[in-house]
Design a protein around this ligand. Structure first.
Ligand SMILES: Cc1cc2nc3c(=O)[nH]c(=O)nc-3n(C[C@H](O)[C@H](O)[C@H](O)COP(=O)(O)O)c2cc1C
Length: 185
């Protein structure tokens, strides 16, 4: 089982990057082979139909598509900007949606988010899931949101709150087994 784990934050000290590293460890502990990435690795301009017609899909978007295609499933951690997903991931989804074959079709995804707020990033994830569902992606019903994220991690990258830690482990384990089944449909 190969799972593509990636973070949509560009920031070096990102709480979403921390969460995605933890998720990668949890997935590996559940037997997954993890392919790990940050969105910084996939350089692409803002989507423009004229650019696509003139020079095709940018190399960064194609590289992201290839990594998604090679995996059984994907787990994304995304910041929330103004109750929405940041432009990084929306722009990536827009480029992916124009490709043939379309790499998100019939793939699955587990969405997660970390924010410093008291409520976590569930509002941003709700709108992000609509875009994936529009593109035919199986979006795992539950989403993991980490509130007050800057203070939520132990030194070793695990979560201080044991209940949250158990919830994350169960969700990742269940998603990984579902991803393999969905990818083989
Ligand atoms: C433009 C902008 C908008 C933001 N909007 C929200 C928001 O709607 N909800 C929220 O919980 N945090 C919001 N934040 C705070 C981010 O959650 C915080 O900066 C977080 O650390 C970003 O994730 P990262 O550390 O993974 O980069 C916003 C931050 C920025 C820069």
């Amino acid at each position: 089982m190969k799972i593509f784990v990636y973070s949509a934050s560009l920031r070096e000290d990102s709480v979403n990057l921390k969460l995605s590293k933890l998720i990668a460890n949890v997935a590996e502990a559940n037997g997954a082979e993890v392919d790990f990435a940050r969105i910084n690795e996939f350089d692409m301009p803002m989507y423009n139909f004229d650019d696509q017609q003139g020079s095709g899909v940018p190399a960064g978007a194609q590289a992201l598509a290839d990594r998604i295609t090679a995996a059984d499933g994907m787990i994304l951690t995304s910041p929330e900007y103004n109750w929405l997903p940041p432009a990084t991931i929306k722009n990536a989804v827009d480029w992916l949606s124009r490709m043939q074959p379309m790499p998100l079709d019939k793939k699955s995804i587990l969405l997660s988010s970390a924010t410093p707020s008291l409520v976590g990033g569930v509002r941003g994830l709700m709108s992000l899931r609509i875009a994936y569902e529009a593109l035919g992606t199986w979006v795992y019903p539950k989403m993991f949101t980490l509130a007050q994220a800057p203070g939520a991690f132990n030194e070793d990258g695990t979560l201080k709150n044991e209940d949250l830690s158990n919830m994350l482990t169960a969700m990742v384990a269940d998603y990984c087994s579902a991803a393999v089944a969905l990818n083989n449909r």
